[in-house]
Design a protein. Structure first.
Length: 207
């Protein structure tokens, strides 16, 4: 994974309205730690030189900018989930709206399987805190994405491309779920057998 790809991903999310007002952040695992986007910089202005390299504990190794305010969250996810190569944190509108009701995304559509199942909503904690990082890791157990109460979304992946794709899919699912609720409808949830059958189909998806 190159720094250029991280910058391109951040700009794509920003252009899609997933990270309004300089919100959201990305990190990608590297030797001895991870690369993370800086705090408070508009993503349209982001360059490769603005990325910050930190060690596994979050101590800055290289970079002239202050790392993301959610550095603790990224460090906690990378530490708890060694299979994760990238973490994408967004404030995408529909999923963030749902998080403000402190509701997750239930298994109403088989695409929740991209996240490992229903997308939980983590318990609330102030942004940038150790408490938020802990709550995120707990809610992510057995999952690849989570909503952060009154805050936004965290999506993970073995690669940045996978985490990015999942972040967009969580926003899509949140929008569909909110549309159902707005229409006064309660979705029929997929049961365990139906989810297992869909998961089996996913095993060969795209091959």
């Amino acid at each position: 994974m190159t720094a250029a790809e991280i910058v391109a991903a951040a700009r794509r999310l920003d252009a899609a309205g997933m990270m309004p007002s300089k919100s959201g952040n990305l990190s990608v695992r590297c030797d001895g730690g991870f690369l993370v986007t800086p705090a408070g910089l508009p993503y349209a202005d982001l360059t490769e030189a603005d990325l910050v390299q930190v060690d596994a504990a979050g101590a800055v190794l290289r970079g002239h900018r202050r790392p993301s305010s959610e550095l603790r969250l990224h460090a906690a996810v990378h530490a708890a989930r060694p299979e994760v190569g990238a973490v994408v944190h967004t404030h995408s509108p529909r999923a963030t709206a749902l998080s403000c009701a402190r509701r997750g995304i239930p298994s109403f559509h088989y695409m929740v399987l991209m996240a490992g199942g229903e997308v939980r909503c983590a318990e609330h904690a102030t942004f940038g805190t150790e408490a938020l990082a802990r709550n995120c890791v707990v809610a992510l157990e057995g999952r690849r994405a989570v909503l952060l109460a009154n805050h936004g979304v965290v999506a993970t992946g073995a690669t940045l491309a996978a985490a990015l794709t999942l972040a967009f899919e969580v926003e899509n699912l949140a929008g569909q779920y909110l549309d159902l609720l707005a229409a006064g409808l309660q979705p029929v949830l997929l049961n365990d057998r139906e989810l297992a059958e869909a998961a089996a189909q996913f095993a060969d998806y795209g091959r």
